[in-house]
Each structure stands twice: as C-alpha cells, then as structure tokens.
Design a protein around this ligand. Sequence first.
Ligand SMILES: NC(=O)C1=CN([C@@H]2O[C@H](COP(=O)(O)OP(=O)(O)OC[C@H]3O[C@@H](n4cnc5c(N)ncnc54)[C@H](OP(=O)(O)O)[C@@H]3O)[C@@H](O)[C@H]2O)C=CC1
Ligand SMILES: N[C@@H](CC=O)C(=O)O
Length: 361
Amino acid sequence: MSAVLAAEAASAPKPRASSSAAVVLLGTGVVGGAFLKLLNTPAAAALRLVGAANSRRQQTDPAQLADRALREKLRGQGDARDDAALLAALDASGAAVRVIVDATASAPLASRHVEWLARGYHVVTANKALAGGDLPGWRALQGAVAQGGRYGDSATVGAGLPVLSTLRRLRGCGDALLTLEGVFSGSLSYLFNQYDGSRPFSALLLEARERGYTEPDPRSDLSGEDVARKLLILARNAGFALRPDEVEVESLVPEPLRGVDVDAFLARLAELDEPLAARHAAAKARGGALRFLARLNQRGRARVGLVEVPAGHPATRLYGTDNQFALTTTRYNTQPLVIQGPGAGPEVTAQALLGDVLALL
Ligand SMILES: NC(=O)C1=CN([C@@H]2O[C@H](COP(=O)(O)OP(=O)(O)OC[C@H]3O[C@@H](n4cnc5c(N)ncnc54)[C@H](OP(=O)(O)O)[C@@H]3O)[C@@H](O)[C@H]2O)C=CC1
Ligand SMILES: N[C@@H](CC=O)C(=O)O
C-alpha cells in the first residue's frame, strides 16, 4: 500500500465493531409489549429478536417471533420457560452482540444478570431488583461491569430520563453528589398531582394501573419500595454504598393489606381511601399539599415517604407522571441541577430499553 493510501486508511472512520445484534426479551407485559412494538420500527432495523418469554412460556421460532400477535399468543402457546434454550438461541444467532432485555420485575431473574454478563451477554434492564437490591448484588454487578460487561440501566430510574447518565458523567469529571431530592415515582406523582379529595384515591390508583404506570403489584409503589430502589440505584451510582435497611421508608399500604395476594389487595383498594383523605384534608387546611418525596442528605441519610410541602414547593409544579431529580453537587451548589419529565409509562420506558440496546452497537 502506498504511503498516501495508508494514511487515508488510517484516518477513515473505523467500521463499527458490529452493526447488528441478537436480542432475547424477558417479559412481554406493559413495558415488554411496548418494546416489541418498537422492534417493528425502522429505529430497530439492526436488531433481531431471537427469543421472547413471559413467566410461563417462551418462543424461539423465527416465524412465531415475527408475528405481530406474539405477545397475545405467548399467553397460551409456546415452549415451557427455560433460560438455557433462550441463551442457546442467542448463541446460535451468530451475532457478535447478544443482548438479554429484562422487562420483568422478577428478583430471581435479576439475580442472574451478573452470571449472564460474565458469560459475555449484554444485559439491558428495566428491572431494578439487582442494582436496587442488596449491597452484595450491587457489588457483584460492579465487578462484572469492571470486567467489561455492559449493563444498560437507563430504564431503572426516571423511566429513561437522563438521570443516571448525568450522575455518572458528573462523577467522571470529579464532581460529587452532596444531596439528592425529588419525586422518583411516576405512579405516585400521577396520584398526588391529581388527588384533591374529589375522587377516591383508590379510583385514581386503578387509573394509574390501567395506564401502565404502576408496578405489577401496585403495593411496590405505594409501599415506597420502588422509590427506595431508585434512591439506592442513584446513591450507589454517586458512590454511597447504601444498604436497603439504611433507607427509611414510609409505606402507604395499610397493615391489613400488606400480607394478602394481589387480587385480594385490588378487591380491598377502598381501604386506602379514608386515611389518605384525612391526611389530604389536614395538609390542605394548613395551605400545604402531599407529595411522595425521596431525599438523600450529605451524611448519606436516606428517606422516602409522604411529605406535606408548602404551596410553591418545586414538587407542586409537576404534571402527569413527572419525576423530578434535584442534584446538589460540589459544582452545582448554589442551585441544584434539576432533571424533570415523565417518569413512567410503557412508551418512554421501552424507548429507554431500545436506546440502551442500540448503544451496544
Ligand atoms: N411501567 C413503567 O412505567 C415502568 C416499569 N419499569 C419496570 O419494568 C418492569 C416491567 O414492568 P411492567 O411491564 O409494567 O410489568 P408487567 O406486569 O406488565 O409485565 C411483567 C412481565 O414479566 C413477565 N415475567 C415475570 N417473571 C418472568 C420470568 N421469570 N421470565 C420471563 N418473564 C417473566 C410477566 O409474565 P406474565 O405475563 O406471565 O405474568 C410479564 O409479561 C418492572 O421491573 C418495572 O419496575 C421501569 C420503568 C417504568
Ligand atoms: N411503577 C414505577 C414505574 C417506573 O419505574 C413508577 O411508578 O415510577
């Protein structure tokens, strides 16, 4: 090769290491269903679905996977659940980039993420159970990522709002998180942004559930558990090695409704109404409003719960499922850096998953 050609070859844009990926989707519920729809758009042309599963059945047959009614069909047809067969489908694809997308809320599945990363699969997840679970799990995940595993977690906080990416970028620049405060739940935001006592709280909750904002078991939202997980994920990404038992959590689930199954809970939803109506009336009488806030202070003290905020508080200026993350850092220390926008819903969450998958190419 001449010197000129060699120089041109050296300066030409390098071909991407890989331009397509094979994908297995775990979970075909609200978020997984929206992800399947996105796979049929031009934005996902480089992705090939080689397996999909719900909790009981799965499919690896290309013709069945291409069927627009895949999600509905999986309810009654398909092979029995078997992770090994899904991983085999990824291996057989021959794709250099093999991605497992976890759109479930399953803790047992999340506990497998580290093993999958170690075996060379990439993991993209809306499931918060690993990063927002116990500290050993978080540390194992950091170990796998340090070994080169790639973990797409944008959907786990703010349903894809650029919160984790911002936090990591600031940290990479030597900035440090001092305090964090805000509304981290799309469903609880939706509930308290609207609740004025004119409609029962339980009716609003059913509406949030129908719109796909709540967790599979809405008590995960009402108990503060889902918010606590997001707080843990954020705090850990900022360098605070917090354990779940270090987060003070206020639950809105009445004691008698905590141990019953989901159907029984849904049948007794009206039991939520009276205590919340009383709290709302008391706050209103003092000129305040109720918002479900998460807070992490400089000493690493963390709390999530219902707070009576004064009129004009930033959390009273939210709409719909808006989340709000106010980050005070060593460099953003006179005013916080605020990230705000819709923080729940199938479309935005599925888009966050797709974005993380495409970032692997
Ligand atoms: N909804 C939202 O706005 C957001 C949700 N998320 C997260 O996304 C995840 C999914 O939420 P969502 O779609 O609303 O929940 P859904 O209940 O609608 O869907 C969950 C899906 O996971 C499936 N599933 C459960 N266990 C397994 C398993 N072991 N293997 C394969 N599939 C399994 C269920 O199967 P089956 O149908 O058989 O029960 C179902 O298809 C949760 O972790 C949630 O926190 C994150 C950000 C926003
Ligand atoms: N149920 C969650 C969905 C996103 O994580 C919420 O309400 O924020």
